[in-house]
Design a binder for this molecule. Structure first.
Ligand SMILES: Nc1nc2c(ncn2[C@@H]2O[C@H](COP(=O)(O)OP(=O)(O)OP(=O)(O)O)[C@@H](O)[C@H]2O)c(=O)[nH]1
Ligand SMILES: [Mg+2]
Length: 243
């Protein structure tokens, strides 16, 4: 009999990696929503929260959720480790068959997470997400950031002949065997272009799904595009020259 959430495919274990830096207003809701959605679908899972020494009580909230669920783990890093370092540390400790980075600020949807899970169970190695294709949606996306996103992503797609135009959204699915083969160097937000591009060049089978994205309502953004633009461009140039 088919089991819910997996169709007729083998039941794989999902590892969700959540990077956090001062997300006390979001992380509790995020963990509650994820846990409820994954339990409802009977999806075997673990949730790794990777925190860079938040000073607002984020880790205390995570600890309370850990006391109530053995599926959640907390990895604590030093304060200025950056998003890239946090994701790499999380990836190095996963025990699941697939890995999905999930943002703590409630921007990603747990229904879409279930779809990513199902696609990897179907046999895909990477599930690229796209907020800008039919069925996708963005709400409260800052206008300047949106413009830069569309220009950058379309240029990257052209440059590398990649058929996906929303590479910079962290929320994607990777089969763990493929992810472990990728040598990631970025310590900051620029990992969000390095990872999907290197996954593309790693080979494997790919698919794309539309996803919803909601701008954060609580807490402060850590994404500063003026500071990050040169780093994104450097990653693209490095990958292009070595491809
Ligand atoms: N561990 C860790 N997590 C981080 C760091 N910087 C950002 N994050 C987390 O990475 C995720 C994405 O950061 P955001 O600030 O939401 O970046 P963004 O989504 O581009 O910006 P918004 O549009 O404001 O949401 C969030 O879960 C952050 O808490 C960091 O230095 N260390
Ligand atoms: Mg965000």
């Amino acid at each position: 009999m088919a089991e819910e959430g997996t169709g007729t495919y083998p039941k794989l274990k999902l590892s969700v990696v959540i990077p956090t830096r001062n997300e006390a207003k979001n992380i509790g809701h995020c963990l509650a929503r994820l846990t409820s959605a994954l339990q409802q679908k009977f999806i075997p899972h673990e949730i790794l929260v990777v925190d860079s020494e938040s000073s607002d009580g984020t880790r205390e909230i995570v600890q309370r959720h850990i006391n109530a669920s053995h599926h959640i783990r907390l990895i604590t890093l030093k304060r200025d480790t950056g998003l890239g370092t946090a994701l790499k540390e999380g990836f190095s400790q996963v025990a699941g068959d697939m890995v999905v980075p999930f943002m703590a600020d409630l921007s990603d949807s747990e229904e879409d997470l279930v779809t990513i899970y199902q696609k990897i169970c179907e046999g895909y190695d990477v599930v690229y997400t796209n907020r800008f294709i039919q069925g996708g949606k963005v709400v409260h996306y800052p206008r300047v950031k949106l413009c830069l996103n569309r220009i950058f992503n379309k240029l990257v797609a052209l440059l590398f002949s990649v058929p996906f135009t929303d590479m910079t959204n962290a929320f994607k699915g990777y089969r763990t065997i493929l992810l472990k083969k990728i040598n990631l160097k970025s310590d900051g937000f620029e990992i969000l272009i390095e990872l999907p591009l290197k996954a593309w060049f790693a080979g494997g089978s790919f698919t794309q799904i539309p996803v919803k994205w909601m701008g954060r309502k609580e807490g402060a953004s850590k994404f500063h595009w003026v500071r990050l633009a040169p780093r994104y461009l450097k990653v693209v140039a490095d990958i292009y020259t070595h491809a």
